[in-house]
Ligand binder design. Structure first.
Ligand SMILES: Nc1ncnc2c1ncn2[C@@H]1O[C@H](COP(=O)(O)OP(=O)(O)OP(=O)(O)O)[C@@H](O)[C@H]1O
Length: 668
């Protein structure tokens, strides 16, 4: 409560207490205000990071939306740099030249300017010399005039998708009310908090003062909604500038969101591009077009991540709560919201893994105050505590992972090959596990060869995680808990790629920024370790086979290397023996004599010996290779991954047969 007439102030009269009471005046904050003041917890730490987070929030919404209607996603992201003059004209501010130049932070005294110019001249002289003598220059000759403090860079971020679109009337609340969304249910989605898009708007309001613009149309709607709005931070309600319907001549469905924010492309360029690439890796069935439009056209960037497969993972299914995961508040809410009449029906229908029989047994166990037929709405708060206590102690089957939508080994393998071009790759999809009543699935891929060092790629509900690598369960497991040596992989010398994708109805992110999963949940840590190990086991057998093949090649090579020396030595001995034989100094056995005569008649020469020895090495090698091939089964032919576009995309009647390495579509 604000104002001077709070009870605390009126009761106590002394100036000291009145000061204290003023300090402790009760105030309320709206969620929008809270997140505006603590924007770092949602990933809006600074302009650069805010640009990155804005892009990812919009892209993730776009993918959630397309997938929700089983549409192969097509997402276009454009970041357009807006210079100060353009920005000023956008907001109707007239450009103004500096008058009192000394007032500015980047003001340079004449002396400082002179010093800088001398330094720059010297640097370019050195560069010219280096160039003439063929030496490499350290840095291109950019003069280091720093951007003045407070000089902002502005960007217009646009994200267009071919998704579900949004109902006309819901759009203002979806974008103008913090903590409102359609993804609060128990379902695997990229979005969860009902915050991301609003944070982009709050940031735009804080940095440019400009509203957000939304165009949207739902399937078979004959109009496109256009909405321009900002947010009333103090009341946490949308402030609508324009909300209208336009003709939908092109029968478009999807959404296009546009926001103008302060950002920093230079520092976050690589993070944004990495994010897009990794998103393309884990979502190979989507098509992404990313564009950066600079004020200087040479700096423009266009990257198209083409679709690699038409096969989408199954849509995640909304599920019910597992009895072991509910708290007292949730039980109260479920009791209030349920349409079921009796306690028995309530238990049986509002939770997973409680059938009629178990519901009856549970009610029996609750005590004489409870009965199967009692009205669920009559359950008292005290009785809810009893239900909660029993839920925590009773044994229930684990929730199944059927409601989840893992990326699939096929996609993971595709992603790894695309990203790292490794020599070998192994993938593993774990079975569903449970953490606090929520099912989760860990999938992993490990590759050897390709890009340098150990590269770790993390995904949660199919979102790439790029920050806070150090504390993440995947990084820590890969670096500390896998004994790579035991799988014949050298952690320091080999090029290792580790991909781990975790999906769940609830990803236990640290913070709201969706940046990493802590290392403190033993169920997840164990599942991650086991998935990586399973890949390593597969790799080990491949590596061992490859080592054997290499050893064999090595043996052939070293045997061949000694052929000239060996034949030289043998021939020398034979020559001496022949001399002794002709001079009759020594007697030889019959077969030896026959051979020595061949030497003297030049039937056996150094050359023929060499040929025979080479033939022998070849023969031994061939026999060993044959033996190896029979032992190891079919020989490994070099393979190439290709994506075959379907001939007629209009076939709606088909069955997809999945294998970890390919998908076969049977058109009916
Ligand atoms: N491109 C889009 N297409 C369809 N609906 C969208 C789109 N973008 C946002 N929405 C709707 O607006 C709601 C709010 O989006 P917002 O990004 O604020 O939160 P969220 O995605 O639910 O959760 P999170 O904060 O975890 O990202 C979404 O739940 C969704 O219903």
């Amino acid at each position: 409560m604000a104002g001077g007439d709070s009870p605390a102030e009126t009761k106590k009269g002394s100036s000291k207490t009145s000061k204290n009471s003023k300090e402790s005046t009760l105030k309320q904050k709206s969620p929008a205000e809270f997140f505006a003041e603590n924007k770092n917890i949602a990933g809006f730490d600074n302009p650069g990071k805010s640009l990155y987070t804005t892009v990812r929030e919009l892209v993730e919404n776009a993918l959630d939306s397309s997938e929700s209607i089983s549409e192969l996603p097509e997402v276009e992201v454009t970041i357009e740099e807006i210079g100060k003059s353009k920005f000023n004209s956008m907001i109707g501010l007239i450009d103004r030249e500096r008058v009192d130049t000394k007032l500015y932070d980047d003001y340079e005294t004449d002396k400082a300017r002179e010093k800088r110019l001398v330094k720059e001249a010297r640097a370019s002289e050195i560069q010219a010399k280096n160039l003439a003598s063929g030496k490499k220059n350290k840095e291109p000759g950019v003069s280091k005039v720093l951007k003045a403090r407070g000089e902002a860079s502005y960007y217009k971020v646009t994200c267009k998708d071919n998704g579900k679109g949004m109902p006309h009337d819901d759009i203002p609340n979806m974008f103008g009310r913090v903590l409102s969304g359609t993804k609060y249910g128990l379902k695997q989605t990229r979005g969860k908090f009902g915050l991301g898009a609003k944070m982009a708007l709050i940031w735009s309001k804080m940095s440019t003062g400009l509203p957000i613009e939304i165009s949207s149309s739902m399937k078979s709607q004959n109009y496109v909604t256009f909405c321009r709005l900002d947010i009333d931070i103090h009341r946490n309600i949308p402030h609508i500038h324009l909300h209208e319907k336009k003709a939908n001549k092109e029968k478009w469905h999807g959404a296009e969101i546009q926001v103008v924010i302060e950002g920093n492309w230079t520092t976050y360029r690589s993070k944004i591009l990495h994010y897009m690439r990794q998103m393309a890796v884990i979502t190979p069935y989507a098509q992404f077009l990313f564009r950066f439009i600079s004020e200087t056209p040479e700096k423009n960037v266009t990257v198209k991540f083409t679709r690699r497969t038409d096969v989408m993972p199954p849509i995640p299914i909304e599920t019910k709560h597992h009895p072991s995961s509910v708290d007292l508040l949730l039980i109260k809410r479920l009791v209030t919201d349920t349409s079921k009449k009796t306690l028995l029906q309530f238990l049986q229908n509002e939770f997973v893994n409680i059938n009629k029989n178990l519901a009856a047994r549970l009610i029996g166990e609750m005590g004489p105050d409870f009965s199967p037929g009692m009205a669920v709405k009559s359950v008292t708060s005290q009785q809810m505590v009893r239900i909660h206590q029993l839920f925590r102690q009773a044994k229930f089957d684990d929730p199944s992972g059927d409601c989840l939508s893992p990326a699939g080994e096929y996609n993971l393998r595709l992603g790894i090959i695309k990203e790292l071009h490794p020599d070998m790759v192994a993938t593993h999809s774990g079975s569903a596990q449970v953490f606090e009543g929520h099912p989760f699935i860990v999938e992993a891929g490990v590759s050897v060869g390709g890009r340098d060092g150990i590269n770790i790629f993390r995904f949660a509900n199919r979102i790439p995680l790029l920050f806070e690598q150090g504390g993440d369960v995947v990084t820590r497991t890969a670096l500390k808990r896998i004994n790579w040596n035991s799988y014949k992989i050298n952690q320091t010398q080999d090029k290792i790629g580790v991909f781990v994708s975790i999906v769940s109805t609830k990803i236990p992110f640290k913070g709201t920024g969706k940046e990493y999963i802590g290392d403190d949940i033993s169920e997840i840590a164990t599942a991650v370790k086991s998935a990586i190990q399973q890949c390593c086991i597969q790799l080990k057998s491949k590596i061992v086979k490859r080592l054997q093949a290499r050893e064999q090649q090595e043996r052939k090579r070293s045997l061949s290397r000694y052929i000239p020396d060996a034949t030289g030595a043998v021939y020398e001995v034979l020559k001496q023996m022949t001399e002794e034989h002709t001079k009759k100094r020594k007697r030889y056995k019959e077969e030896e004599t026959a051979m020595l005569e061949k030497v003297s008649k030049l039937i056996i020469t150094k050359e023929t010996l060499k040929e025979k020895l080479a033939e022998h090495v070849e023969q031994v090698d061939y026999e060993m290779a044959l033996e190896y091939a029979t032992q190891s089964g079919v020989s490994e032919e070099p393979r190439e991954n290709i994506h075959l576009q379907q001939l007629n995309p209009n076939h709606s009647n088909f069955i997809d047969l999945h294998s970890p390495t390919f998908v076969f579509r049977l058109i009916l």
